[in-house]
Design a protein around this ligand. Structure first.
Ligand code: UD1
Ligand code: CA
Length: 464
């Protein structure tokens, strides 16, 4: 028997009041829908993932690619109608389907696994996941009969004042037997205040058919949060941030002011790392043991080596090897690969370049499209001139090269080992091994120039 997941992500997200389709909104730089798909995968209980797309479906399809199957809902006629669109893909009538709203990013693999198991073990025809909220407004309310069994789900809009006082809500997560699901869906109507086909109406239909409907009460209610507007998005992000940070702190990562620190879901941080305030580490970044990151630092899709100190800096798609210091105010981007024991200091930008060991660019330098060896010293203001307005060119710098202050290396150019570039030089030619290169105008001093210009002699000046 096949085990399906159907994720509903066709809605516009009217309450977001912005352009992006709701399920594409990011929490910590990753779209909500991507968390749901990832957590379903990690739970290992489901075989096939179907995502119902509609409004701006290309945005959702761009995020998930061909990792899932798609059903298209051209008109958004309600959650029941959305599930109906997946009918042709749910081919095994004897299987079960878990339905998940695409705006429920905090539901994790543990909940998915537990709900699925409970549904099968208790032999339910349908399982509805509920939870209790201090403020249930906006959610569908769980109506129980005198014996405590689920009687109906009433949407907030349709609920009487008495029903609105109920604090047990429908999380929007269900598991249903396939043949019962699609049969019940074919019988729902849109006779309600929103003129939509509500998925929740199948509860009443199945109940009247005498089917076994069970509920699963989720204790950690925050995991059921539905993100309908930008405020809810910020609350969900804060919850996720806290959960991720706690996990890292318990693993030996020290965080100063953790509420200002944002760590992505897929980041790996080893023990003995210290993270200082206002720091963002996202994407598939890895921080090795003993590193000190922050304050005010952004690291994305990068690997930071052991004992690296990285302060007040930006590091994107780059690698920094062990014992190197980065910053304050450095910018590493697009494939910078900084060797061990380097120093990349204030206002230094490195792009698509690599360095060997013990290389230093302590202040005000631009290193772009360059391959640099070990023990290279970039003086203050040294620049690889890699762009002529049309094309980018490569710079090669060997080992033990000293580049003086305010040097321009006009690429393509090769500076061989053990060479010395005099400060203020603008080099257009390669420098052979062991050479001194000076490419600057000779200095001319014109004695008494200023006094002559002002029409005064030296003795006049003294008598003044
Ligand atoms: C829904 C439930 C409500 C529950 C709440 C939990 C219904 C009728 N109501 O309400 O009982 O408490 O979730 O968060 O199901 N979607 C489509 N196509 C559509 C309409 C919606 O794909 O035609 C998708 C949306 O993109 C969204 C999900 O379904 O991801 C839920 O829709 P939404 O409008 O957010 O439902 P709620 O009003 O929150
Ligand atoms: Ca919702």
């Amino acid at each position: 028997m096949k085990k399906y997941a159907v994720i509903l992500a066709a809605g516009k997200g009217t309450r977001m009041k912005t352009e992006l389709p709701k399920c594409a909104y990011p929490l910590i730089r990753k779209p909500m829908i991507a968390y749901i798909v990832e957590n379903i995968r990690i739970s290992h209980v489901l075989d096939q993932i179907i995502v119902v797309v509609g409004h701006k479906r290309e945005v959702i399809q761009e995020i998930l690619g061909d990792t899932v199957e798609y059903a298209v809902q051209t008109e958004q006629l309600g959650t029941g109608h959305a599930v109906m669109m997946a009918k042709d893909l749910v081919t095994d009538p004897d299987g079960d389907t878990m339905i998940l709203p695409g705006d429920m990013p905090l539901v994790d693999d543990i909940v998915i696994e537990k709900v699925w198991k409970e549904h099968l073990e208790r032999r339910h025809d349908m399982t509805v996941v509920t939870t209790h909220l201090d403020d249930p407004s906006g959610y569908g309310r769980i109506i129980r009969n005198e014996s405590g069994y689920l009687d109906a789900i009433v949407e907030h809009h349709e609920a009487t004042l008495g029903q609105r006082a109920i604090d047990e809500i429908n999380t929007g997560l269900y598991v249903v037997k396939n043949h019962l699901l699609f049969d019940a869906l074919s019988r729902i109507t849109n006779e309600n205040s929103k003129h939509e086909y509500y998925l929740t109406d199948i509860v009443n239909i199945l109940k009247n058919d005498g089917r076994v409907i069970g509920t699963y009460n989720l204790k950690e209610s925050y995991k059921a949060m539905g993100v309908n507007d930008l405020y809810a998005l910020s609350v969900a992000e804060a919850k996720l941030r806290l959960k991720i940070n706690r996990h890292h702190m318990l693993n030996g990562v020290a965080m100063i002011n953790p509420e200002t620190i944002t760590i992505g879901h897929n980041v790996i941080i080893e023990e003995n790392v210290v993270i200082l305030p206002n720091t963002f580490i996202t994407g598939n970044s890895v921080i090795r043991r003993g590193a000190q990151i922050g304050p005010n630092t952004e690291i994305h899709e990068s690997t930071i080596g052991e004992r690296v100190v990285c302060r007040h800096s930006l590091v994107y798609n780059s690698i920094v090897h062990e014992d190197t210091t980065v910053g304050p105010f450095a910018h590493l981007r697009d494939g910078a690969n900084i060797g061990p024991h380097n120093r990349i200091g204030n206002f230094v930008e490195v792009k698509k370049s690599s360095t060997g060991e013990h290389t230093k660019a302590s202040h005000l330098a631009y290193i772009g499209d360059a391959t640099c060896g070990s023990r290279v010293n970039f003086g203050c203001g040294a620049v690889t001139v890699n762009y002529d307005g049309k094309q980018k060119y490569q710079t090669f710098i060997g080992d033990d090269v000293f580049i003086g202050c305010n040097v321009n290396l006009i690429a393509p150019i090769r500076i061989e080992d053990d060479s010395f570039i005099a400060a203020g030089s603008t080099l257009t030619q390669n420098v052979p091994e062991g050479s001194l290169a000076i490419a600057r105008a000779y200095q001319v001093n014109k004695p008494n120039y200023m006094m002559e210009r002002n029409g005064k002699s030296k003795s006049d000046k003294k008598s003044e």
